[in-house]
Design a protein around this ligand. Structure first.
Ligand SMILES: C[S@@+](CC[C@H](N)C(=O)[O-])C[C@H]1O[C@@H](n2cnc3c(N)ncnc32)[C@H](O)[C@@H]1O
Length: 217
């Protein structure tokens, strides 16, 4: 009896405790959490297209057809809201079918506007949007959809855009994970989000390509 108790304690002390300490010390990275939860990771890297700059790749795992693989972050502007200065030379503006615009630029004036709107909307301890896509340590690794390049003759589209409005009952404490914020409030409208959905199975190492001129809704 005493011997079996000692064996269990030794197991606890030498195996479980170091394992627990390791996991406590090693805070899991958002990429690890993404991989463990959805079975893939996506990251920005130099595009496989010559002179296309940065693109988005499936860096680990496998993404089945019909999966939400990325989100399009940014400030959401309704028609007629002022976006002139933010739009100058800005390739990151996404136009929804109904004319709503999403500015996914993470630099300059666009970045300042997003930050300012996000802080304006903070509700006590709750942030109303995720700001970390503007930093080098994003908390939501899916929020890189604005870097997906356009398809070409050699590279067919493997993702499409899906627009949707966040319903009013969406939990307030989860809004801090959404990488979108409205430029100005309108009681009737809901937050617009755009996600990228895979059109076919995508393997590790493949770059994502969308068709900039097609939207599914
Ligand atoms: C929304 S951004 C995509 C991210 C961009 N590659 C970057 O590095 O910032 C759109 C810009 O990417 C480049 N781009 C996208 N698709 C391309 C393609 N198929 N061939 C060449 N350049 C492309 C163009 O400069 C375009 O204005």
């Amino acid at each position: 009896m005493l011997r079996s108790l000692r064996r269990r304690w030794d197991g606890y002390k030498y195996r479980f405790v170091p394992w627990l300490a390791l996991n406590l010390r090693r805070k899991r990275s958002p990429e690890e959490v993404l991989f463990n939860t959805l079975g893939f990771t996506v990251t920005r890297d130099r595009s496989s297209l010559v002179s296309a700059g940065t693109g988005v790749f499936v860096t680990k795992g496998f993404v089945p057809k019909g999966t939400l693989v990325s989100m399009y972050p940014g400030t959401v502007y309704r028609k007629h809201e002022p976006i002139f200065f933010q739009s100058l030379g800005n390739p990151f503006i996404f136009r929804c079918i109904d004319g709503i615009l999403i500015d996914g630029n993470d630099k300059g004036l666009s970045r300042s506007v997003y930050r300012s709107c996000s802080r304006r909307d903070q509700l006590g301890p709750f942030q109303m949007s995720d700001e970390s896509w503007l930093t080098s340590a994003p908390q939501n690794p899916l929020a890189v959809g604005q870097y997906v390049n356009n398809c070409s003759r050699e590279k067919a589209a493997n993702v499409c855009y899906q627009e949707f409005d966040v319903p009013g009952y969406f939990p307030v404490e989860l809004k801090q994970y959404l990488p979108n914020i409205v430029y100005s409030h309108d009681i009737e409208s809901h937050l617009r989000c755009v996600v990228l959905v895979t059109l076919r199975d995508i393997k590790q190492g493949e770059e994502l390509f969308s068709n900039y001129y097609t939207v599914v809704n």
